[in-house]
Design a protein around this ligand. Structure first.
Ligand code: ADE
Ligand code: ZN
Length: 319
């Protein structure tokens, strides 16, 4: 691929590999609820988003200190750089750590330490997006956002993730309005398992600048027209969609249809430790399954740089 790639949709906690889970459990003197690492790996079979989230939240128990978060983030940067990623924007779930008694400062200090040196250490620019857990009370979202702002955490945006169905974007109107008022970028998971209506809400009520996943937009032609006209990027995660049974197999993935409709599609890994690979693996598997052309690869790469929140000068360097 001639153009460098940006990864715009991955959850840093979803890059926690089984070996690292065992290393961190040992360092933090914790017992794991698995017989051994093979037992843990045997659980990476998912029937839907919730079945994955259950394991994702359970495994992050091993993340306790700033050092743990810094090591996790650096491990992802190392692997992403090897995958050809030049710019990474990743989510983290502050509520999921604070609820376990981990101070928010430990989470932020660790992640931001890795972000601050990613260009020097790995040749990759990076920024963090705090993601609100949509299946938790709205009040918790308001509180964690207030804390993040009080601590002046250098995040680039606010996102919305976790169990989608039954938890519409509209619930979080106020906290996203505050984020926009703070000058933060705004994105939201929508149309992964949830209906097209949630994508409309993410755009109209939250002011989302990008939609994470968005594959169910295809069910609503008026929505597709809106996304095309307004050039709203969709951060699509092909391997994730198959592992979480949004589509039966990669051959059935509508990525090409989406490109042909004129949607601004990007390719991302979502939770690479859980879904069978990083960005390079997503491109390679797509190549095998649907035979991506060189021009499609180039479009996907350019889309990712243009859709990023990198500075204009960084984008110009990468395009
Ligand atoms: N959190 C981590 N991965 C997610 C996904 N694919 N959808 C919603 N929330 C998530
Ligand atoms: Zn995601």
């Amino acid at each position: 691929m001639a153009t460098p790639v940006a990864e715009l949709h991955m959850h840093i906690e979803g890059s926690l590999e089984p070996e690292q889970i065992y290393r961190l459990a040992e360092r933090n003197r914790m017992d794991l609820p698995y017989k051994d690492i093979e037992d843990l790996k045997s659980r990476y079979e998912f029937s839907d988003l919730q079945s994955f989230l259950d394991l994702y939240f359970a495994n992050m128990a091993v993340l306790r200190t700033a050092e743990d978060f810094a090591d996790l983030t650096r491990a992802y940067f190392r692997r992403a750089a090897a995958a050809g990623v030049s710019h990474a924007e990743f989510f983290f779930n502050p509520q999921a750590h604070v609820v376990r008694g981990v101070p928010l400062t430990e989470v932020l200090d660790g992640i931001m330490d890795a972000v601050a040196s990613s260009e020097r250490e790995f040749g990759l620019s990076s920024s963090a997006i705090a993601a609100i857990l949509r299946d938790q009370p709205v009040r918790d979202a308001e509180e964690i956002f207030s804390e993040i702002i009080r601590l002046q955490a250098p995040i680039v945006g606010l996102g919305l993730d976790s169990a989608e169905v039954g938890n519409p974007p509209s619930l979080f109107e106020d906290v996203f309005a505050r984020a926009r008022a703070e000058g933060l970028h705004v994105v939201a998971h929508a149309g992964e398992e949830g209906p097209p209506e949630y994508i409309w809400q993410a755009l109209d009520i939250l002011g989302a600048e990008r939609i994470d996943h968005g594959v169910r937009a295809l069910e609503d032609p008026a929505l597709v027209e809106r996304l095309v006209d307004e050039e709203i990027p969709l951060t699509v995660c092909p391997l994730s969609n198959v592992r979480l049974r949004v589509f039966d197999k990669l051959e059935d993935h509508p990525l090409r249809t989406m490109l042909d409709l004129g949607l601004i599609v990007t390719v991302n890994s979502d939770d690479p430790a859980y879904f069978g690979g990083y960005v390079d693996d997503n491109f390679a598997e797509l190549g095998r399954a649907i035979g991506l052309t060189e021009s499609e690869r180039e479009t996907l790469a350019r889309n990712s740089i243009k859709a990023s929140f990198a500075s204009e000068s960084r984008k110009a360097e990468l395009l």
